[in-house]
Structures are given as structure tokens and as C-alpha cells.
Design a protein around this ligand. Structure first.
Ligand code: BGC
Length: 349
């Protein structure tokens, strides 16, 4: 079978190679689609990622929808079922968070992540995996379930925001989302499902993004962040652009929660009046919270949110399906891309 591999730390080392078929004894999943995201781009650029212990190369791919081929010991899964594998595996110690299934909050950093950190990913024809690492998906969602992983990251962000909001009596109404990539658009979807007034800030004026935002009943804004929406109660920052992070803090309203989900690459410095930022945050009870990854609860919330969404709208998020044999095209970013997926050539039915 084919597997898309990379030597972490070495730019340009990606290749499609032959990998042995998994042993036939365990739970086997055929890969349908694998999504490509900014993290994959960083791994491909040699800036992120770690191979499994004792190995030089890592199989890429952490956003995946697959179909069960064989589940000999399972009571709930059958051949043909659609599943999404979870990215992060708990640390082996385990830390107090991993011990209760909250590996997204791992405290000792010894977690592993499929396709990212010390565990092979899913950009391969077939893989063997433990049942407790899979999230079942209804057949009606079909291969749109490739969006479950980015949606799980968003569902966790929303859970964090709501838990923090519960510190006081709070009735938020205005939400600012920065970045109309897949994470930003899914954050906007979940915000509209909560019936908030939503503005999404981006730089692109052409392509599908403006229409995707307006079809959610949200405002698409290109221009200064302070003109996007007045005093947002909630900001979901999805770009990781350092200067924008501080602008989000500055424009947020009293008691605001600013949730950071974008992973910045670093290397740029900013002149910041730190005392003013502090003063504003204290006087307005502002919270800035970072949010990464997702646990099973968030995957299940993501599946529920996608099931409630318009499938045609979700389908428009997938702007290119690239056969895995043409994988290089998937990593060549095009301005009008939202989500690009690698297609393993299997029908989802
Ligand atoms: C993935 C997360 C992961 C994070 C850091 C993101 O792209 O969606 O699951 O925890 O990268 O490695």
C-alpha cells in the first residue's frame, strides 16, 4: 500500500512510498480522505513534527475519515462503518489530565499525535488502530467527516469559552472570528448555531470565503479589525498572526473571552505597550485563553455540529480533492483554497 511520509526537520523530504499492509488481526480502517492543514505545511517545510522513536520518517496525515474493513473484537463497529481517528494519544504515565481522557490538556508533554508527533499518521491506504481511538460517524455525513478533526478543535475552543464565561452572569451576543480558513469558518458555523451575531475578518475578497460567511448569516469583513463588529464579547482568533492577537485584545468588549487557536511560527517581534494591555485586561475582566487539540467529548460535539449543518455548505469548504498520487499539488497553496484533501480513491458508500 502507499503511504505519504516525511523526514521531520528536513524540508522537501516528503515522498509517496510503499509501506507494508497492517497485520490482519486487529481493527482495520481504509482511508478515504485526509485533510491538509497549516500544521502539515509546517511539517513538510521541516519546521515541525517528530518521527516515531527509532525511526527517521513519519507517515503524515492527522485529519482523516476512513471506513472500517474489519473489526473482529468490536461490539459496536462493523465493516463499512465510517470512523474518524483521534489525533492525540494520552501520555503513558499518565498525567492527571490524560488519566481522565483529557489528553488535549496533557501536563507533561509526553503525549503523541498521529501524523505530527512520534506516531504515524493516516495518509496511507489502510491502518490498524485501537477501537478507543476512533469516533464513529453517521453514514449520512459521508466523507464530509474529514472536517470532524478541525471541527473538534473548534468545539474545544467553544467549550473553553463557555466554561470561562460561566465565571459570572454573562450573556454574550457579538462574536468576532479572525481568519476565514477551515477553522475560522467552522468557528463561525458553531457561533451561528449558538445564534450569535458574527463577523469574520479575512484579507481575501475573491473565491468562496465571502459567500460561505454570508450564507451562514454572518458578516464578512475585509479591513481594520475595529470596524468588523462593535465590542465583541467573544473573539476566536484563528490566524496565529501575532499583531492581530493584540488587536483582538484591544477591540474586545468588557468581560470578553479572546480564544487563541492559531499556532504561530514565531520569529517576528512587535512593539507593545504591555502596561496598557494589562490595564485594559484588568479593568475589563478580559480573559485570553489558548486552546489546542481536542478530546473525545469535543469530537462528539463536532460530529453533532456537522450533522446539524447544511451538507451543501460543508461540501463547499472542501475546495480541492487531490488524488494521493498527486500529493504535491495539495501542498501548493492556492489563494482561493479553503480545505484541500488527499483522496485515497475509495468511494465513501
Ligand atoms: C491539530 C491538533 C494538534 C496541533 C498541534 C493541529 O493542527 O489539529 O490536533 O494538537 O496541531 O500539534
Amino acid at each position: 500500500m502507499e503511504a505519504l511520509t516525511v523526514q521531520p526537520g528536513v524540508a522537501g523530504s516528503v515522498r509517496l512510498e510503499h509501506a507494508p499492509e497492517p497485520a490482519k488481526s486487529g481493527l482495520l480502517v481504509d482511508t478515504l480522505l485526509v485533510g491538509v492543514c497549516g500544521t502539515d505545511a509546517e511539517i513538510v517545510a521541516g519546521e515541525y513534527g517528530t518521527a516515531p522513536p527509532g525511526r527517521e520518517r513519519l507517515i503524515l496525515g492527522h485529519e482523516c475519515v476512513g471506513r472500517v474493513v474489519d473489526a473482529p473484537k468490536s461490539r459496536t463497529l462493523e465493516p463499512g462503518d465510517l470512523v474518524v481517528p483521534m489525533v492525540r494519544r494520552p501520555d503513558p504515565v499518565p498525567c492527571p489530565s490524560c488519566a481522565v481522557g483529557e489528553w488535549d490538556m496533557c501536563q507533561n508533554g509526553l503525549f503523541t499525535e498521529h501524523g505530527i508527533k512520534q506516531a504515524d499518521g493516516f495518509a496511507r491506504g489502510r491502518f490498524e488502530i485501537e477501537e478507543d481511538r476512533l469516533v464513529p460517524v453517521a453514514a449520512t455525513l459521508g466523507d464530509l467527516a474529514v472536517l470532524v478533526e478541525p471541527a473538534s478543535v473548534v468545539a474545544k475552543a467553544w467549550e473553553q469559552i463557555e466554561r470561562i464565561g460561566a465565571r459570572a452572569s454573562w450573556s454574550p451576543s457579538r462574536v468576532l472570528i479572525t481568519g476565514a480558513g477551515p477553522v475560522g469558518l467552522l468557528a463561525a458555523l458553531l457561533a451561528r448555531q449558538r445564534e450569535y451575531e458574527v463577523a469574520v475578518l479575512d484579507r481575501v475578497t475573491t473565491g468562496p470565503k465571502p459567500g460561505l460567511v454570508s450564507d451562514l448569516g454572518a458578516k464578512y469583513h475585509v479591513g481594520p479589525v475595529e470596524e468588523a463588529i462593535a465590542s465583541p464579547d467573544i473573539v476566536v482568533e484563528c490566524t496565529g498572526v501575532g499583531s492581530l492577537v493584540f488587536e483582538c485584545i484591544a477591540v474586545s468588549g468588557p468581560n470578553a473571552v479572546v480564544c487563541l487557536t492559531g499556532i504561530s511560527t514565531g520569529g517576528r517581534t512587535l512593539d507593545i505597550d504591555a502596561a496598557s494591555v494589562n490595564r485594559r485586561m484588568v479593568l475589563e475582566n478580559d480573559v485570553v485563553v489558548g486552546s489546542v487539540n481536542a478530546n473525545r467529548r469535543h469530537y462528539e460535539a463536532a460530529v453533532a455540529a456537522l450533522a446539524e449543518a447544511d451538507p451543501a455548505w460543508l461540501g463547499r469548504l472542501i475546495t480541492r480533492r487531490v488524488p494521493v498520487t498527486h500529493w504535491a499539488e495539495a501542498f501548493g497553496k492556492q489563494t482561493e483554497d479553503v480545505k484541500v484533501v488527499l483522496d485515497f480513491g475509495r468511494r465513501d458508500g
